[in-house]
Design a protein around this ligand. Structure first.
Ligand SMILES: Cc1ncc(COP(=O)(O)O)c(C=O)c1O
Length: 402
């Protein structure tokens, strides 16, 4: 049970801090700074230098409030990128109607949940609206669902399901109450990407039961082999409408710019308007100088290829060091390792005690089902964000210790 008044108790990193409290950190590999936080998915590379130039060039706009619907240049850069990246008919996306700037996908997902979940019935006996969430999950999905007064319904994503939810297994009664479904693809933590078929089936289901699907695609640009499909790839096959669909993109991972706070949502014009309305009440907006830098970044692919090749290099190191241990394989996307170590919490404590390495127990990204089974329990999540030397040394120590 996630308590809205006590979200701190369920926050993954607060739980990790409590788990390691009182345990002295062991000597880190290569004398790296302690802690060596492989637990956090924060890029260590830098965005291109033109970001700082663009912000400086637009410094005169710091006095202005951010325009809620963005600048024309930003919206057009986002829609041009979507058209380059996905199999979407030119002109289907109207930048003014279908795109909304966001500080990041986190804020977008949170406010989109508030905007799409209807107020719970006041009658205590009536069942609340449902938000479908993969399990394990990015904590914001569940936090947003409880903040909105919805019932989060967690769908197991295990090695048996290809680390993606099986929507065919959701009972009709639950689908009838569903107002929002969140799918992360490529997923955090496992890096599994839904196929075109799976994306299509989900959107068909959403239209049948009239719920919105929030496709969290913030890892879409970090991949080793081919670009993972996205929800926009399949709208053409489903009549070409954006109904019931919302996608979230961000520069945080694509451009090593997590601190810039710049992303966008795209999709169903009605849902975009609803999201815009609630952001005008409680949102921070994207400042104009940041939007100018974001425009440059969405228009540029060269730096993204460099970012991809950085993570590709780290996955190659992981392949060499881990082999087939812990169920390792190179994921479809993202920059995490999701390793089956038997007991994630015990492994996290051991790695900290013996090597000053912080990893996230999988159970802190997941919840137990009604039978007490927690699909994350056996796992640890490792972010491959450090450079090759540190990554190699850290993974080598992890293999030695575990
Ligand atoms: C799955 C997932 N979604 C969304 C976010 C939020 O990213 P941002 O708000 O920086 O775009 C993260 C960040 O780690 C994430 O892992």
């Amino acid at each position: 049970m996630i308590d809205r008044q006590n979200l701190q108790a369920f926050h993954p990193f607060s739980r990790l801090t409590r788990l390691l409290e009182g345990i002295p950190a062991g000597p880190a590999p290569l004398g790296a700074s302690i802690p060596l936080a492989l637990s956090v998915g924060e890029p260590k590379g830098q965005p291109p230098a033109f970001v700082a130039e663009e912000i400086a060039a637009n410094a005169g706009d710091w006095s202005r409030y951010p325009p809620a619907r963005g600048t024309r240049a930003f919206l057009e850069a986002c829609s041009a990128w979507l058209e380059r990246r996905y199999d979407v008919a030119p002109g289907l996306i109207d930048p003014q109607r279908h795109i909304l700037p966001l500080p990041g996908s986190r804020e977008g997902l949170f406010f989109a949940t508030l905007a799409t979940v209807p107020q719970s019935p006041r009658d205590g006996d009536a069942a609340p609206p449902v938000v479908l969430i993969p399990n394990p999950f990015y904590h914001v999905y569940a936090g947003a669902a409880v903040a909105a007064g919805a019932e989060p319904v967690f769908l197991p994503t295990t090695s048996e399901t290809g680390f993606l939810p099986d929507y065919h297994a959701v009972p009709e009664e639950v689908l009838a109450r569903t107002s929002l479904c969140i799918l992360c693809s490529p997923s955090n933590p496992q890096g599994a990407a839904a196929s075109r078929r799976q994306l299509k089936d989900l959107l068909v289901l959403a239209r049948k039961h009239d719920f919105v699907v929030a496709f969290d695609e913030c890892y879409a640009e970090i991949y080793t082999h081919s670009p993972p499909p996205g929800a926009l790839d399949i709208v053409g096959e489903l009549g070409g409408s954006l109904d019931n669909l919302l996608i979230f993109h961000s520069l945080s991972k694509r451009s090593n710019a997590a601190g810039l706070r710049c992303g966008f949502a795209a999709g169903d014009a009605k849902v975009i308007d609803g999201l815009d309305a609630i952001l005008r009440v409680g949102g921070a907006g994207v400042p104009l100088p940041v939007m100018a830098a974001g425009t440059r970044l969405w228009n540029d692919e060269e730096h993204v290829e460099a970012v991809r090749s950085f993570y590709r290099g780290n996955f190659e190191i992981a392949r060499q060091v881990l082999g087939n241990r812990f169920g390792f394989s190179v994921p479809d996307g993202g920059f995490f390792l999701w390793l089956d170590v038997g007991d994630g919490e015990a492994a996290a404590q051991k790695l900290w005690r013996e090597a000053g390495i912080k990893v996230l127990p999988g159970a802190y990204m997941s919840v137990a089902d009604s039978e007490g089974y927690n699909p994350g329990e056996k796992y640890i999540r490792i972010a491959l964000v450090f450079d090759a030397e540190v990554t190699k040394a850290a993974l080598g120590r992890i293999v030695e210790i575990l």
